[in-house]
Design a protein. Structure first.
Length: 374
């Protein structure tokens, strides 16, 4: 399999990576021919549901009841900038008009262009970008309304279990108000996906589901049987065709950003327009397999440089060390460090196992808030 991004409406194809195909589930060119052009938690609100099986039957949710409750708070988002554009999904998290979606849904309009929101009622209104976080693939929009808007209830991703029935809502292929059902297939997936300017984002600790998620579902809600938000649908896995290009539809492997992490980032963006993360203060590169073998290890991260006075430096790490484990888990790619910073806060302690001069050792890094740049 291969990892690739979706195409934009201009027809430019995404980049490929080796391993699995994680296709960002946003309509960036796929709905143009189909629809003839660009289509048109309540943060600080309700408490997490104590049981997600309140309206479930057997191993599935009562999708009719869930959709009736949740769809009024789900919106279709259209972003455009010149000849480029796309369609995704979002959910209203505050009654005064704050909406959560994926960064890749609106990134085309982040430095110009327009963003519009289509309510479940059929009304379309302009939206303002409050802030975005490419590292976590999240963004917050704001719409103006003379009345309170319906909001989605907030669940807790910490209480989600494998096998739990769930419902995904959104606008696959621009078809607003679509509902699919499935289960939580796995938890704690760290998935690397394409981001801005050829960079990548890490969906740290993502929820995996077999509920059908397709291009256009991006940014939409994954909810439990009580209709509470547990994740933000963000990416899908697809199977390459004979020529090696990624397929465009669901194969029953979708990934959602856990709501507990997402809402923490959303709160920061609403408060300040941006999200901040702790950092290690190192620059690392993955060592090739043959090099790792020379050191007598299976894999590791070579420390190319250490920020003077930074967290790693204070913990005694040096350039030339090889990081073997992070928080007890094998370190094989730079994203392993990134994933930790996405789920930790300044002041948290992370145990690092490393190799220096052929000897293994451990140290504890106390994370700090990353210094501001620019």
């Amino acid at each position: 399999m291969t990892i690739s991004g979706e195409q934009r409406q201009s027809g430019r194809s995404g980049r490929g990576w080796i391993w699995i195909v994680v296709a960002i589930a946003v309509v960036l060119g796929l709905v143009a021919g189909f629809l003839g052009g660009l289509l048109g938690r309540n943060v600080g609100g309700s408490a997490p549901a104590s049981s997600s099986t309140a309206v479930s039957s057997g191993n599935s949710c009562d999708a009719t009841k869930v959709s009736t409750e949740v769809l009024p708070a789900v919106v279709t988002i259209s972003a455009s900038n010149g000849s480029e554009g796309g369609v995704g999904t979002g959910e209203i998290v505050r009654k005064d008009g704050y909406i959560v979606t994926n960064n890749h849904v609106i990134s085309v309009a982040a430095t110009g262009g327009t963003i519009e929101v289509l309510y479940s009622s059929g009304e379309t209104v302009p939206a303002t970008l409050i802030g975005r976080d490419p590292r976590a693939d999240l963004a917050v929009l704001k719409v103006t309304s003379s009345t309170d808007l319906p909001t989605i209830g907030l669940g807790s991703s910490a209480s989600v279990v494998v096998g739990e029935p769930v419902v995904a809502l959104g606008a696959p292929l621009g078809l607003s108000g679509s509902v699919t059902a499935g289960i939580v297939s796995a938890l704690g997936r760290d998935v690397t996906v394409p981001s801005d300017n050829g960079q990548t984002a890490v969906l740290a600790g993502a929820i995996q589901t077999d509920a059908a998620i397709n291009p256009g579902n991006s940014g939409g809600p994954l909810v439990d049987c009580a209709g509470k938000l547990i994740g933000i649908n963000t990416a899908i896995a697809t199977v390459p065709n004979a020529s090696g290009e990624a397929g465009g539809g669901s194969v029953g492997i979708g990934f959602a950003v856990p709501v507990d992490r997402a809402i923490s980032i959303v709160d920061q963006i609403i408060a300040s327009g941006k999200a901040t993360y702790p950092y290690f203060g190192v620059s690392v590169v993955a060592i090739p397999e043959n090099v790792a073998a020379d050191y007598g290890v299976d894999a590791g991260l070579y420390i190319a440089s250490v920020v003077a006075g930074g967290p790693a430096s204070a913990a005694g790490l040096r350039a030339g060390d090889i990081i073997l484990t992070v928080d007890g888990k094998a370190a094989t790619t730079p994203e392993d460090l990134t994933a930790v910073t996405l789920t930790k806060k300044a002041g948290d302690k992370v145990e690092i196992g490393y190799l220096r001069d052929g000897k293994k050792a451990t140290t504890t890094v106390t994370l700090r808030e990353a210094p501001q740049t620019g």
